[in-house]
Write a protein that binds this ligand. Structure first.
Ligand code: NAD
Length: 363
């Protein structure tokens, strides 16, 4: 069966990693008809928007997308296209596994956890009011009237909505994921001691959902304590579910535990669409270097193949990755200690090695 999948190559290092990944997928023998859709800063110049309607239409039609990273200007300029895609398609569950593969220097042994991040709410709704604006002044006045508390008049203000609906569906998803993937425990991460009406609500809903899923163990942890525990004893965690911003931060932390952003895959899943993208960004300073690590995006492709029902192909491709990492002969610079940097290979050479190590590769 041939699948039609939207491919957003991204910008910065995205296009070179996307090309490498398509090659690795092709070698599994799974046939994919790529519907290539560019987005981001380059498209902004030509089409007046970084996220043209055609990109969303393609994702809606094909229901599955593989996406490279897209740059977001910091502080000013257009808002994140990555966040807009997740919101527009309502791919509310971001799933980011962090697993230790043998052979990666400075990785912590025995990590095998999954972060389930709420993808559509909290700070990421992007509702902010600039310092000095009339709206910010009104909100400051409103807060003073209803809470008696003073906010400095030169403050910018962000809204952070967390709903029962959004919390329930992400926690229910985490339990479903745990059950379907043979996982034993879900841990809710929050700051409910301080943010009583937002994280407090998230935790209350999580506890309710846990009661309805007694076959999977449940506990919770405050986000700062979770960070310390992740650094000291990450092996204790299984599935971790959390609001958007904590998921963003903790998934990079977990990537750091298992070898860095070069090996951290991700998926965004909803009722009607699934968009697969690595955790890392566009690293624009390395654009065109041909030296970046393709593993994160190839492992992302493994998640996509499983979603398509091509479990056996995904396992073969992952085995190719595992073997290359454990032999540690053909790896990119990020996977080597500084004193061995001179034996790093290019992205292309690493993909060659992965394909060669993959059982039953077709090219
Ligand atoms: P980044 O992930 O792009 O890069 C941080 C560092 O991680 C790089 O300097 C590099 O040392 C390392 N790294 C990242 N990917 C790697 C790979 N495949 N192989 C080897 N090393 C790798 O993060 P940043 O510099 O904070 O962000 C750059 C841009 O990417 C920003 O515009 C940001 O908004 C965007 N971004 C996009 C996404 C996405 O598209 N989903 C995610 C995160 C950041």
């Amino acid at each position: 069966m041939k699948y039609r999948v939207t491919l957003i190559p991204g910008d910065g290092i995205g296009p070179e990693l996307a090309a490498a990944t398509c090659r690795a997928i092709e070698a599994t023998g799974v046939e994919i008809d790529w519907d290539v859709q560019n987005a981001g800063a380059d498209v902004m110049q030509a089409e007046g928007t970084p996220l043209p309607q055609r990109v969303l239409d393609s994702l809606r039609k094909n229901k599955v997308g593989l996406k490279g990273p897209l740059t977001t200007p910091v502080g000013t300029g257009f808002r994140s296209v990555n966040v807009a895609i997740r919101t527009e398609l309502d791919v509310f569950a971001s799933v980011r596994p962090a697993r230790t593969y043998a052979g990666i220097p400075n990785s912590v042994p025995g990590v095998d956890l999954v972060i389930v991040r709420e993808n559509t709410e909290s700070e990421y709704v992007g509702i902010e009011f600039a310092q000095g604006s009339a709206e910010a002044a009104q909100l400051i006045e409103f807060a003073k009237k209803h809470t008696g508390k003073d906010i400095r008049t030169d403050s910018g203000i962000a809204l952070r909505p967390i709903s029962v609906t959004g919390s329930r569906r992400i926690v229910e998803y985490a339990f479903r994921y745990a059950r379907q993937n043979g996982r034993k425990r879900v841990t809710a991460i929050h700051k409910a001691n301080i943010l009583k009406y937002t994280d407090g609500l998230f935790l209350e809903v999580a506890r309710e959902v846990a009661k309805a899923n007694p076959d999977i163990a449940f506990d919770d942890m405050i986000v700062d304590a979770a960070c310390m525990n992740l650094v000291q004893r990450p092996q204790q965690f299984d599935v971790m579910v959390m609001p958007n911003l904590y998921g963003d931060i903790l998934s990079d932390l977990c990537a750091g535990l298992v070898g860095g952003l070069g090996v951290a895959p991700g998926a965004n899943l909803g009722e009607n669409a699934a968009v697969f993208e690595p955790v890392h960004g566009s690293a624009p300073q390395f654009k065109g270097s041909g030296k970046m690590d393709p593993v994160a995006m190839i492992l992302t492709a493994c998640l996509m193949l499983r979603h398509l029902g091509e479990r056996e192909a995904a396992e073969r491709l992952e085995r190719g990755v595992e073997q290359v990492l454990s032999e540690h002969c053909a790896v990119t610079r990020d996977l080597l200690p500084p004193d061995q940097a001179d034996r790093a290979v290019t992205t292309e050479a690493m993909v060659d090695a992965i394909v060669a190590a993959m059982p039953g590769a077709t090219v």
